[in-house]
Write a protein that binds this ligand. Structure first.
Ligand code: ADP
Ligand code: MG
Length: 342
C-alpha cells in the first residue's frame, strides 16, 4: 500500500442561509466519501456544479475540516499531526484554484508572491537564490523570458499566464500532490491543451500526483487517460476506477446520462446516439437530498428499494459502482470518443 492521501468516510456539513427566506439550513456538501490517491497518479474528480468537488479539494488541502471522517496523508490524520509533520504536509500538498486572479495578491509582483513560499520552506537561502530558482522554474513551465513575468503584477498578465504561474508556484515547493480545481475552465479554449500538457509533464517529470477536478469529461479524459476517475453526484461518489474502462463502459445511470449529454461533433454518430431519458432534468436541493439513492428521482431504472436504501460502492469488474440496479441496467453503448481536438 502506497497511498499518498486517503479520504476515510469523510462528510462535511455547512450551515447556509442562502435560501429564499434566509432560513438557516444545513447543506451536507460531501457525504461519506472514501477515496485514495497513490504517489504519482492522476485522478480526475468529475461531476456537475454544486456536487461537492471544490469542497473535497479543500478538505484534502486542509482548508476545510471534515465534520466527520478522516483525511490521511502518508497514513496520518492531517488534523492530528505534529508540528513538523504538518509543515511537511503543507508543503507536499498544494492546490491550484480555478480563479487565478483571486489566488494572487494584486498588490504584489509575481516575484514577491512566489519567492515567499521558497524562502518560507527554506528552498532558497536568500532573495537572489529565490530569483534564480524562479527563473529556472519559469523556463520549465514555458514562461519565458522570465523577467517579463516575475516583475509584473497579476492584472498585467492574461488568465492563461496567471494559471501557469499558479502551477509554477505549486511546483516550486516540490509537492507530492497537486489538487487542481477546474484549472482551465476560466482559460481561453486555445490555451487549455497546453496547460493540461504542462500538468501531465510535471506529473511524469517529478512524479507529482494530481487530483484534477472538473465538470468537463473531455479534459478529464485528456489528462487522466492513464489514471482513474471518480464521478460525483450530490456529495457522493457514484462510480470510481480506471478512467478508460469507465468511460468506455459507464455503468452508473448518472454517468451514462452525463455522457449522453456531451455534444458529439460527428453528425453520423450523433444521429445514432441514444440519449438516456431522465425522469427529471433538475438536480435536487443539496440541503434536502432524496432518501435512498440520491439519483432515484431522475433515474429511469429506479425501483422501490432505490427510494429506501442508500446504495454503497460495490466492486464490479475491477471498478466500484454505487447502484442497486446494476445487474439490470442494460449495457449502454455510446459510439463516440469524447476527447479534445488538438
Ligand atoms: N463555505 C460554504 N458555506 C456554505 N455552503 C457551501 C460552502 N461551500 C460549498 N457549499 C455548498 O456545498 C455544495 C458543494 O459545493 P462545491 O464543493 O463548491 O461544489 P462544486 O465544486 O462541485 O461545484 C453546494 O451546495 C454549495 O452551495
Ligand atoms: Mg467547484
Amino acid at each position: 500500500m502506497n497511498e499518498l492521501l486517503e479520504l476515510k468516510n469523510v462528510s462535511i456539513e455547512f450551515e447556509s442561509n442562502s435560501g429564499f427566506f434566509r432560513k438557516k439550513r444545513n447543506v451536507k456538501a460531501v457525504s461519506n466519501v472514501n477515496l485514495e490517491v497513490k504517489a504519482g497518479e492522476i485522478l480526475a474528480v468529475v461531476g456537475e456544479s454544486g456536487c461537492g468537488k471544490t469542497t473535497i479539494g479543500k478538505m484534502i488541502t486542509g482548508i476545510y475540516k471534515p465534520t466527520s471522517g478522516q483525511v490521511l496523508f502518508d497514513g496520518k490524520d492531517i488534523w492530528n499531526l505534529s508540528k513538523r509533520e504538518y509543515y511537511e504536509y503543507r508543503k507536499s500538498v498544494q492546490m491550484v484554484h480555478q480563479d487565478s486572479y483571486a489566488a494572487l495578491n494584486p498588490a504584489r509582483t509575481i516575484f514577491q508572491s512566489l519567492s515567499a513560499p521558497l524562502l518560507h520552506h527554506k528552498l532558497a537561502k536568500n532573495v537572489e537564490e529565490a530569483r534564480r530558482k524562479l527563473e529556472e522554474l519559469f523556463m520549465l513551465v514555458g514562461l519565458t523570458p522570465s523577467e517579463q513575468f516575475l516583475d509584473k503584477y497579476p492584472h498585467q498578465l492574461s488568465g492563461g499566464q496567471r494559471q501557469r504561474i499558479l502551477l509554477a508556484r505549486a511546483i516550486s515547493v516540490r509537492p507530492r500532490l497537486i489538487v487542481a480545481d477546474e484549472p482551465v475552465s476560466m482559460v481561453d479554449v486555445s490555451l487549455r491543451i497546453s496547460l493540461l500538457d504542462l500538468m501531465a509533464d510535471m506529473n511524469k517529470k517529478f512524479n507529482i500526483a494530481f487530483i484534477y477536478i472538473t465538470h468537463d469529461l473531455a479534459t478529464a479524459r485528456y489528462i487522466a487517460s492513464n489514471g482513474r476517475i471518480a464521478v460525483m453526484y450530490l456529495g457522493k461518489i457514484v462510480e470510481v476506477g480506471n478512467l478508460e474502462q469507465i468511460l468506455s463502459r459507464p455503468r452508473h445511470p448518472y454517468l451514462q446520462a452525463l455522457l449522453s449529454a456531451v455534444p458529439i461533433p460527428n453528425p453520423r454518430v450523433a444521429r445514432n446516439a441514444k440519449p438516456l431519458p431522465l425522469k427529471s432534468p433538475d438536480m435536487p436541493d443539496p440541503a434536502n437530498p432524496p432518501a435512498g439513492c440520491r439519483f432515484n428521482p431522475r433515474c429511469p431504472y429506479a425501483e422501490e428499494r432505490c427510494t429506501q436504501k442508500e446504495p454503497v460502492l460495490n466492486e464490479l469488474d475491477g471498478e466500484m459502482v454505487a447502484c442497486h440496479m446494476i445487474e439490470r441496467i442494460p449495457d449502454w453503448k455510446w459510439e463516440t470518443a469524447i476527447g479534445i481536438q488538438k
